[in-house]
Design a protein around this ligand. Structure first.
Ligand SMILES: Cc1ncc(COP(=O)(O)O)c(C=O)c1O
Length: 383
């Protein structure tokens, strides 16, 4: 475990606590909770004393059926007899399940940089090697570079779209090319769709498992944490080829036995609302996105900000000799605003910062981004 990076969030949280009144634009969560239908479903859970016992490792039938329907309608993934849906305790658990199922210690997993830190940590915890491949100037995958990084020890390529931390939405063509590359190389494509509903500016979300013939080597990870305001309820799910089911059942049985049944009832209730629930919330989040984008123009000469048509992040490179951790610490201490340093996401060269804008009220985001802009101007302008 000493070889595994320590999450930076507790460090930033400590700095934030030490400077009362700091506004955090660091948290990758939404500012709303689950729909009422989720709470109503808890009554069904409570009505049957059998629900206090262990249930199926891979999820309760009512939730599995709801997910199957959703996948067909929203993702164009028609789950066949050759595939399985596995309910997990969140998307992170789905990722750990996938890595433990497909890779042995010493084998390699390709991550794209910047990566989601828990993915990097999971690969390291499994005793595997992360092979990190850079993305292009818009943070999109470079398929040729991924192909060049594949060795005989590679077991999987990991992609996230819409992306954390960059907000990039990967074009369908690129995801299909990665599918093909993985098929031809005899490895898996693990695709994380935690932000599937968060797309902007006409961008389209594409699920690579909907590609005909992709099922034998594609593992899709989903989460209710963001779309349904479900972060603390710990419900996600994965779509896997049938041949991985035994392995994943062993892993999940050992770690979890079954996803919390009360949360599964709530999830089945929440999903009755469909994507309309999240879409409704996107209006207010979209206003905050526009506000942040407008404010950031003020510091355009101090930073490079790539287009972000997805998730609820902006990922920027600040033109300064200061490293990201120093920048974050100074922004908190001197200006009362917290963001995440790019180094957490594997961007060690250069001062990258991630701004998250969905966790707070519009007024607080306005105040926070104002402080951020003033802070960057002062720190970089004076440097
Ligand atoms: C890309 C990505 N995957 C997974 C997760 C975690 O999701 P869950 O709460 O379902 O474990 C996050 C959370 O920020 C994320 O950004």
């Amino acid at each position: 475990m000493s070889a595994v990076q320590s999450p930076v969030i507790p460090i930033v949280a400590e700095w934030t606590r030490a400077r009362p009144g700091t506004i955090s634009l660091g948290q990758g969560v939404v500012n709303y909770g689950p729909p009422k239908s989720a709470m109503d479903a808890i009554a069904d859970f409570a009505a049957d004393p059998e629900n206090h016992k262990y249930k199926l490792v891979h999820g309760i039938p009512r939730l599995l059926e709801t997910i199957q329907k959703k996948l067909a309608e929203e993702n164009r993934i028609r789950v066949s007899d050759s595939q399985r849906i596995v309910v997990t305790a969140g998307g992170n658990m789905g990722f750990v399940n996938a890595i433990l199922a497909v890779a042995s210690a010493g084998e390699e997993v390709i991550l794209l940089s910047p990566y989601y830190f828990n993915h990097e940590m999971a690969v390291s915890i499994a005793g595997c090697k992360c092979v990190v491949v850079g993305t292009d100037e818009k943070f999109r995958p470079r398929v040729g570079a991924i192909a060049n990084a594949i060795t005989r020890r590679t077991r999987a390529v990991v992609t996230i779209s819409p992306n954390n931390p960059t907000g990039a939405v990967y074009p369908e063509l690129i995801l299909r090319q990665i599918n093909d590359l993985c098929r031809d190389s005899g490895i898996y494509h693990i695709h994380d769709e935690a932000y599937e509903h968060f797309v902007w500016d006409g961008a389209q979300h594409y699920s690579p498992a909907s590609d005909d013939g992709a099922w034998p080597h594609t593992i899709s990870l989903f989460s209710l944490s963001k779309s349904y305001g479900f972060a603390s309820w710990r419900i996600g799910y994965m779509v896997i080829p049938e041949h991985l089911f035994e392995a994943i059942r062993k892993i999940q049985d050992t770690i979890l036995i079954c996803p919390p049944v009360i949360s599964q009832f709530a999830a089945a209730g929440a999903m009755k609302e469909g994507p309309a629930y999240c879409r409704e919330k996107l209006k207010a989040i979209g206003e905050m996105r526009a506000l942040v984008a407008e404010e950031l123009k003020e510091i355009g000469r101090f930073c490079t900000i790539a287009p972000a048509a997805g998730a609820f992040y902006f990922f920027m490179k600040v033109h300064t000799h200061l490293d990201a951790m120093t920048m974050v610490e100074r922004l908190i201490r001197e200006h009362g605003v917290a963001v995440m340093p790019g180094s957490t996401f594997g961007m060690e060269e250069g001062c990258y910062l991630r701004i998250a804008y969905a966790a707070l009220s519009k007024e607080t985001v306005k105040e926070g981004i104002g402080r951020f802009v003033a802070g960057v101007k002062k720190i970089v302008g004076a440097a």
